[in-house]
Write a protein that binds this ligand. Structure first.
Ligand code: GDD
Length: 288
């Protein structure tokens, strides 16, 4: 973020709330964006079981409010809906655009609503609205309560003696993990197409949380089994055991393919958190 007085400022912040429809319309009227990337949500699956109504309101109805604001203001814009592989839930892999959804959480159910309402506005009002059905995408910027970052942060802290244990839930769950930077490129590509459509974005590989743990701890020359403990509190009432995407359509139509592989992604995240914690430790020592 740069202050807007700075001649080099390219990012401008406007405030809004997905629960307040009138304000979304004012924002759109003022900004008249060419493209909208709608990623706003209560996006944590476990938390959605604790806050189901809020999740339905923001993740589900929030999308409707934004689409309706576009419709009512009549602005010409292209709309990207952050749909999720969680919508597939219990559906057998590999999951593609043709796989029927079987959502397993209030979050996933809200995302299914948002997916269909985006399609409905596309058909009813000829809106350029795309659903990107993104499988898990990670980077050093990942929120600290999602499993990949939780692991890499804890590991860096353990390595430097700031933490003893890492408590996790279901480490047998499998996910199709990709690099967020690659996936953002796919989102942009969707909005550059001549026709609005829906696309699965995935790597086509699946790995368990355990495999992530092993690779991450190996990178730091530690044995994960000595530090990881299982805590039932991190289990979900209904779990999505296995996600594995089929990105053939995106490869064919968008000419997209992921550049960063699983091992490289794990190493990138471990290295970034190690560097951050090293700085923290070095800073603390400096103060003494
Ligand atoms: N968060 C978390 N914390 N997950 C854990 C833990 C833990 O301590 N222990 C095991 N897991 C397991 C979860 O049960 C799940 O099976 C897997 O690790 C991944 O969990 P998350 O990293 O929280 O991601 P997610 O798959 O539930 O959802 C993410 O990806 C979706 C796309 O498929 C989120 O980013 C969603 O917003 C996104 O839609």
């Amino acid at each position: 973020y740069k202050d807007f007085h700075d001649p080099e400022a390219r990012v401008y912040l406007h405030y809004g709330d997905l629960s307040v429809s009138g304000q979304l319309a004012y924002l759109l009227h003022d900004i008249e964006p060419d493209e909208i990337y709608h990623l706003g949500a209560q996006s944590h699956v476990r938390v959605s079981f604790d806050m189901p109504e809020y999740t339905g309101d923001i993740t589900g109805l929030g999308t409707l409010r934004l689409l309706e604001a576009i419709h009512k203001t009549g602005i010409k814009t292209r709309f990207y809906q952050a749909s999720s592989s969680e919508m597939f839930g219990a559906a057998p892999p590999p999951q593609s655009e043709a796989t029927p959804f079987q959502p397993q959480s209030p979050y996933a159910a809200a995302k299914v609503y948002a997916y269909y309402i985006a399609r409905n506005y596309r058909e009813a009002y000829k809106m350029f609205a795309c659903n990107g059905i993104l499988f898990n995408h990670e980077s050093p910027r990942r929120g600290e309560t999602f499993v990949t970052r939780k692991i890499t942060m804890a590991l860096a802290r353990i390595k430097h003696g700031l933490q003893d244990k890492l408590f996790l839930g279901n480490i047998d769950a499998k996910r199709d993990w990709g690099f967020a930077g690659d996936y953002v490129e796919a989102m942009w590509l969707m909005l550059q197409q001549p026709k609005a459509d829906d696309f699965v974005i995935a790597t086509g590989e699946t790995h368990s949380v355990k495999e992530f743990l092993k690779l991450a701890f190996e990178r730091a020359e530690l044995d994960w089994k000595k530090y990881v403990a299982i805590d039932k509190r991190y289990f979900r009432p209904t779990e999505v055991e296995l996600l594995l995407g089929d990105p053939s359509k995106a490869k064919k139509v968008l000419k997209w393919k992921p550049k960063v592989g699983f091992k490289q992604l794990v190493h990138m995240m471990v290295d970034a958190d190690m560097a951050m914690v090293e700085k923290e430790v070095y800073g603390l020592k400096g103060k003494r």
